[in-house]
Ligand binder design. Structure first.
Ligand SMILES: [Zn+2]
Length: 332
């Protein structure tokens, strides 16, 4: 339990970790519960029967049901973090709070999901010239997981704003906007007790910088460079304990961040070496850098590879060109 890692902090000030099954390769996702002065839940788990049963059981352990929750905070609009929101809303009067630009993911799901998938199919996968044996398993997976999210009535969804405070337990937590894993991810920092709810911003294993549909008329936002900036921001915080969105709480966030930055640099150089060796397109680079990846989950490898290419472009070490609608790369 977190209590043993942070012995000096009163128990009521510490988020209670509730691991919930996702049925996905990532394993359990963590919701966090604060009991006093009112029951507040951070993240919900995925919309599945197993997850629903596990969350009900965890709340029951503290003498609570969904109806007792006053507030549900959502760290970011990924199905494993907000999926059960609809079920909780149906049985409670809880209000739901999510970073302002992500409000439509809660209030209008699955519309933003469909828009993203449309961008992948109609634009991104074509630009990358991915063959069907790469694209089809990814799309089958994405379509199958749509039902893992759920909507909340719009009038019960309220925006969180960066650098403001949110009350969770007896203390106020600062809302930090740390894009990278997704453009709308927030994590929560409690400076007096030096606690950090990192959600999926800082995990033991580097979170995937998920490529998102650009705003209309705008270019795609490079998410791995954004993620690195967020790592630098979090690195400077005085943190004694990190409560992540997946896995057990941990300490020494600076060592972890250093290791992740080192690994990203290493893989980026491998990517550059492939381009120098004559690779010009994404698909062969993907299969070379991630030969063992199970095809349905290859999107995670694809998002990392696109991140390395974004970094190399920003550093001016490769050039990206479009030939007949297909993106190609060469050394600068
Ligand atoms: Zn996530």
């Amino acid at each position: 339990m977190p209590v043993s890692i942070a012995p000096d902090i009163p128990k009521t000030h510490i988020p209670t970790q509730i691991p919930l099954p996702t049925g996905l390769p990532i394993g359990d996702v963590n919701a966090y519960l604060f009991l006093e002065p009112e029951p507040v839940l951070l993240d919900t788990g995925i919309n599945s029967t197993d997850s629903l049963v596990a969350l009900r059981r965890a709340l029951n352990h503290y003498g609570l049901t969904f109806a007792d929750l006053s507030k549900v905070i959502i760290s970011h609009p990924h199905v494993d973090h907000f999926g059960l929101s609809g079920a909780i809303a149906a049985e409670s009067r809880a209000t739901f709070h999510i970073f302002e630009p992500a409000v439509p993911w809660l209030a209008d799901y699955p519309h933003p999901w469909a828009t993203r998938l449309h961008y992948y199919v109609r634009t991104l996968f074509k630009q990358l010239n991915l063959p069907t044996d790469i694209v089809d398993p990814i799309l089958t997976y994405y379509q199958s997981i749509q039902s893992a999210g759920s909507a909340v009535p719009a009038e019960r969804v309220f925006p969180l704003r960066a650098n403001q405070q949110v009350q969770m337990g007896p203390l106020s937590w600062r809302i930090l906007h740390t894009p990278g894993h997704t453009s709308t991810l927030t994590c929560f920092y409690q400076p007096e007790t030096r606690q950090f709810l990192s959600t999926d911003m800082l995990l033991r294993q580097t979170p995937t910088p998920i490529v998102e549909q650009p705003l209309p008329g705008a270019p795609r936002v490079p998410c791995l460079p954004q993620f690195i900036q967020s790592l630098q921001t979090v690195r400077q915080l005085n943190i004694d304990i990190v409560y992540p969105g997946h896995g057990r709480p941990f300490t020494d966030h600076r060592a972890l961040i250093a290791a992740q930055l080192k690994r990203i640099t290493h893989r980026k150089e491998e990517c550059l070496a492939l381009i120098k060796a004559g690779h010009t397109e994404v698909a062969p680079m993907l299969l070379t850098m991630y030969p063992q990846y199970p095809p349905p989950f290859r999107f995670a490898a694809l998002w990392m590879l696109i991140g390395y290419l974004d970094l190399l472009k920003q550093e001016g070490r490769i050039l990206e060109e479009t030939t007949r609608g297909v993106l190609r790369y060469r050394p600068a």
